[in-house]
Write a protein that binds this ligand. Sequence first.
Ligand SMILES: Nc1ncnc2c1ncn2[C@@H]1O[C@H](COP(=O)(O)OP(=O)(O)OP(=O)(O)O)[C@@H](O)[C@H]1O
Length: 278
Amino acid sequence: MTGRPIPGPRPSTTLGPVLDVRDVTLRFGGLTSLDGVSLRQDRGSVLAVIGPNGAGKTSLFNCLTGAYRPQRGSARFWPADDGVELVGRSPHRVARLGVARTFQNIRLFPEMSAVENVQVGVEVRARPGALRGLLPTRAVRREERETLDRCHELLDFVGLGHRAERPAAALAYGEQRRLEIARALGTSPSLLLLDEPAAGATAAERTDLVTLIHAIAGRGISVLLIEHDIRLVAAVARAIVVLNFGRVIAAGRPDEVRADPAVVEAYLGEPDERRDGP
Ligand SMILES: Nc1ncnc2c1ncn2[C@@H]1O[C@H](COP(=O)(O)OP(=O)(O)OP(=O)(O)O)[C@@H](O)[C@H]1O
């Protein structure tokens, strides 16, 4: 599946952080969803955020991508050598800076074909121009052809080349998740946020996902991953941050985190049917 390179410019591979989150605090009325969360991610690495249900994982993604505005804290992002602040920017602006995401609940355009869904992602980063689409000049037609080629290459990259013309709704669940990843990659991100990409996946799909995440990181794209499947996390992530009740309770290498008493306790405190942690 994922042997081919990701089309498009390769992000900078300079050493240093890609993301530095400091003291992010998010409240909804009396409920504190994130409580002074700090974390740092190295450029080109895979960092996993785990934690029991309701720990604040998706809230963190929402703060990083402009969907929520935290009451306190900052999230500095380095698309290249110069860092920018993500907190307070609109989702569209964050995407244009080079942060892409997938969602816990798949958000594709169900009637549109797989390739059209990826086109939506590519166009997020496309050059704006009010009349471009109305003037079918040679340059515009060439650009459209190149965009389409890029979309097909991205579908090949995630193993969906043979499904390009299928409506998204007709794809199997695991395929829809990979299509979301292709669409996110279409924005040429430096940082890709994956929210539970293995949810509902079969064992074979999980193995493919591990390969895919390695291939993405192999291109120098940093991956921030929310995932409940700890074996998958340990297979792809160099480091793990554990959230519980909106706070970071542990951070470190997968083996360190799994042995951490605070982590074990956080998961043991969960009702059996929700317990799928370390
Ligand atoms: N828009 C919102 N309005 C009110 N409360 C919210 C909102 N978004 C999140 N919360 C609350 O913030 C807390 C953290 O939720 P969040 O979805 O971030 O957790 P999570 O770790 O992603 O959980 P899960 O693993 O179940 O997806 C929860 O108590 C949730 O109800």
